[in-house]
Design a binder for this molecule. Structure first.
Ligand SMILES: [Zn+2]
Length: 298
């Protein structure tokens, strides 16, 4: 058996699949915890680096935890055991388990989060919602995805499909739109998507599937969609569609939809390590749902 690869080698493989140059300006993905000289024998994956996920990774004997969400979003002044983040860092170091984050770089990558979810929905003729120009890639990359369902369906049927694709959560999914309206062109941004309504509108999508839709942006987008149908009825060529407000909205739990990333990542990382480094490293995915809501009333 070949020698165990170093963390440095593994990180190089990960950042070939999910280049850090695709990350949004405010985002700092990549290697967060770990000595590049550590050896890697087992990889564990999850959407969120929560304390419970770190317990699981350590219990699995993982030498590397890959998460989608960052451990640190804002500036950090200490990693002491007085805070949960410091505790996570301390436990990871103690058990020689590194942490690598594939966040917006993984969202925008070929076979990244949005691409994986769009493929699971069966979208054809896909393109990024917000393209990134990358001379070094033969693929079209960028945030989110726009594509067509092979056959038109109803909003109700599409929402049912989305619910079946995602792990069951207490939050469930919410929809704005007429359940019987026909939909075909779909825009999706797995993650918090209410900053991209302009791009979605420009894409001409019939429906937008995302998560974390806040009251005001979602209400504004839906009000505008309904207003445009009134203008169209008066003969003004605004927006798109006919008597139907577009885009309809499907709001999903955040981590549940982003778990789609791992539908490709688990196999892609294992294969890329085997191809580039000549070793087979087990890559496992946590089955824990890390959306924070634990029950729902009403
Ligand atoms: Zn996210």
């Amino acid at each position: 058996m070949a020698e165990e690869p170093s963390l440095y080698q593994i990180v190089n493989v990960l950042e070939t699949l999910y280049p850090l140059r695709y990350a949004e300006e405010w985002d700092e993905p990549g290697l967060i915890v770990g000595d590049p000289a550590w050896s890697v024998s087992r990889i564990y994956c999850a959407v969120d680096p929560t304390s419970e996920i770190v317990d699981e990774a350590i219990a699995h004997g993982a030498s590397l935890l890959i998460t989608h969400h960052p451990l640190f979003f804002r500036s950090v002044h200490e990693v002491s055991g007085l805070g949960f983040r410091g505790d996570i860092v301390n436990r990871l170091v103690e058990h020689h388990c590194a942490l690598w984050v594939g966040h917006t770089n993984a969202d925008s990558a070929h076979r990244g989060t949005a691409h994986a979810f769009a493929d699971r929905l069966g979208l054809v003729d896909q393109r990024p919602l917000v393209p990134i120009h990358d001379d070094r890639s033969e693929f079209s990359v960028g945030l989110g995805r726009v594509g067509s369902l092979p056959e038109p369906t109803t909003l109700r049927e599409l929402a049912t499909r989305v619910a079946r694709l995602l792990p069951e959560t207490s939050l469930g999914i919410q929809v704005a739109g007429d359940p019987d309206e026909p939909v075909r062109l779909v825009a999706t941004l797995p993650g918090s998507g209410d900053s991209l309504f302009d791009e979605v509108r420009a894409s001409g999508a019939d429906v937008y599937i995302t998560s974390d839709l806040r009251h005001h942006p979602a209400t504004d987008a839906w009000q505008q969609a309904k207003y445009e149908t009134r203008l169209r009825a008066q003969g003004f060529a605004v927006g798109h569609g006919d008597a139907t407000p577009r885009p309809a909205l499907i709001n999903t739990p955040h981590s549940a939809i982003e778990r789609s990333l791992f539908h490709y990542l688990v196999g892609d990382v294992r294969d890329a390590i085997a191809n580039r480094l000549g070793v087979t490293i087990p890559v496992e995915l946590s089955q824990t749902n890390t959306d924070p809501w634990t029950f729902r009333m009403g």
